[in-house]
Design a protein around this ligand. Structure first.
Ligand code: BES
Ligand code: MN
Ligand code: MN
Length: 429
């Protein structure tokens, strides 16, 4: 994890803590001290009312490439009803929404509180939530609740709010290839000496072939195809492959396993992506060198029933097997997450559905998500329903330049969560 924004992350944590105090929390603490603390809050006691654990994160992904932002990433700017900033949707803007909904009278703040709030707003979600995992393992009782609410996702399409039944897991790794003791002159040695970048390129090209198949032995063994019934419900979702290609991906073609629909590829199949390739000569001008070392940052997304630990072993074995004997190849793991599955039948989902129905005119559709939130499986362990939802839109450009949040979505979101808290307090679960 980069440390260059430690002070900024600390400032974000302080902001969250200040808001929690203002909302009347009787306990506000930084847990697991350090520069990205977990912000913990306990709302005012409401005897007899349900306990709701609100989870979110104040850390964000790096904003680069900076020159592609119309306005600076950390200078939130409104244009055409959209708020542009890193974190606008993922996840600062949505945490803002969850808190403002309380201030707006959905329990606590000015009105009288309706539910027992617990807040868990962390600062390392984008790096695998290691500190929070340790905390949940050490103190499983602390986060006990009747329901968990997470707003770190988007509507499935404009005017189509959703709740998510699965999240993919993630296995993030660095592959290093070494072919010689040092770099070599390509005139003196070219033609007879191994080249680390060439070997790495070949290795990566073998790990995933142009048909979209990932050649990691055993990887697909536990991958289950969604049921016919679930696939049928996806057909009714407002998702068109052509539109997805033209307006969202904005490329010339879609790739991946052609035997599976695009939604299946995005939601129910593992992936292998190359994030960056390092090493060799990349400076200005030309240097005739044969690089001795090359590295690649890669990741696999995992689907329900795959296990991070197993996939780590499988990837290491595959890399060792694919590298020729004269190439030293190694894999190190940076972070990861197990996939998550949530049942959306608990009554709390009915209350959120009603809140969306009343405020935006349509209830929540169940869908799956391609992204990951590492602690979700741990938060669901006690049996409490984990409500994965969000008020973003599919074109919010998470992790990319010009990330934004539509202000109409934000105002609606405040009303939705306010109503949800109210229903939860009135009806219980
Ligand atoms: N909010 C996202 C997860 C997400 C994005 C879920 C889109 C559904 C749809 C989260 O902040 C995120 O980006 N998670 C990382 C986790 C990783 C770094 C461990 C991810 O998915 O890459
Ligand atoms: Mn997020
Ligand atoms: Mn994110």
């Amino acid at each position: 994890m980069s440390t260059s924004h430690n002070a900024d992350c600390r400032a974000a944590a302080e902001w969250v803590a200040g808001e929690l105090r203002r909302l009347g929390c009787r306990e506000v603490e930084f847990l697991a001290s350090g520069t990205h603390p977990v912000v913990w809050g306990v709302g005012p006691d409401v005897p007899g009312a349900p306990t709701l654990l609100v989870y979110g994160h104040y850390d964000v992904q790096p904003p680069d490439p900076l020159d592609q932002w119309t306005t600076p990433p950390f200078d939130p700017t409104v244009r055409d009803g959209q708020l542009f900033a890193r974190g606008a949707a993922d996840d600062k803007g949505q945490v803002f929404c969850l808190l403002k909904a309380i201030e707006a009278g959905g329990g606590g703040g000015r009105g009288s509180p309706l539910v027992n709030f617990r807040f868990l707003i962390e600062g390392e979600e984008e790096f695998g939530s290691r500190v929070l995992f340790e905390l949940l393992r050490r103190e499983p009782e602390r986060t006990r609740a009747d329901a968990v609410l997470i707003a770190d996702m988007a509507y499935i399409a404009p005017r189509w709010p959703a709740v998510y039944t699965t999240l993919r897991g993630l296995c993030y790794a660095e592959i290093t290839v070494r072919t010689a003791k040092t770099d070599l002159h390509s005139g003196e040695f070219g033609g007879a000496a191994p080249n680390a970048h060439e070997e790495l390129a070949r290795l990566l090209g073998r790990l995933k072939t142009p048909d979209g198949k990932i050649h990691v032995p055993g990887l697909y063994a536990s991958v289950k195809r969604p049921s016919k019934r679930e696939l049928a419900t996806w057909k009714r979702l407002p998702f068109k492959e052509g539109e997805f290609l033209r307006h969202r991906v904005q490329a010339k073609a879609l790739t991946g396993l052609k035997t599976h629909s695009v939604l299946e590829r995005l939601w129910a199949l593992p992936t292998f992506e190359i994030h960056g390739i390092m090493g060799g000569f990349t400076g200005d001008g030309a240097k005739t060198v044969i690089p001795a070392e090359a590295r690649a940052k890669v990741s696999l997304r995992l689907v329900p029933d795959q296990k991070l630990k197993t996939v780590e072993r499988q990837l290491t074995a595959a890399v060792k097997r694919l590298a020729p004997a004269y190439v030293q190849a190694s894999v190190t793991f940076l972070h990861g997450a197990d996939p998550a599955t949530v049942e959306v039948t608990h009554p709390a989902f009915g209350l959120l559905d009603q809140a969306f129905r009343e405020v935006v005119g349509r209830g929540t559709v169940p869908a799956r998500a391609g992204g990951s939130i590492p602690v979700v499986p741990a938060l669901g362990k006690s049996g409490a329903p984990v409500i994965l939802t969000g008020i973003g839109l599919p074109d919010d450009r998470l992790h990319a330049p010009n990330e934004k949040l539509d202000l109409k979505q934000l105002w609606d979101g405040i009303k939705v969560f306010r109503r949800f808290y109210e229903l939860l307090g009135e009806k219980g679960v």
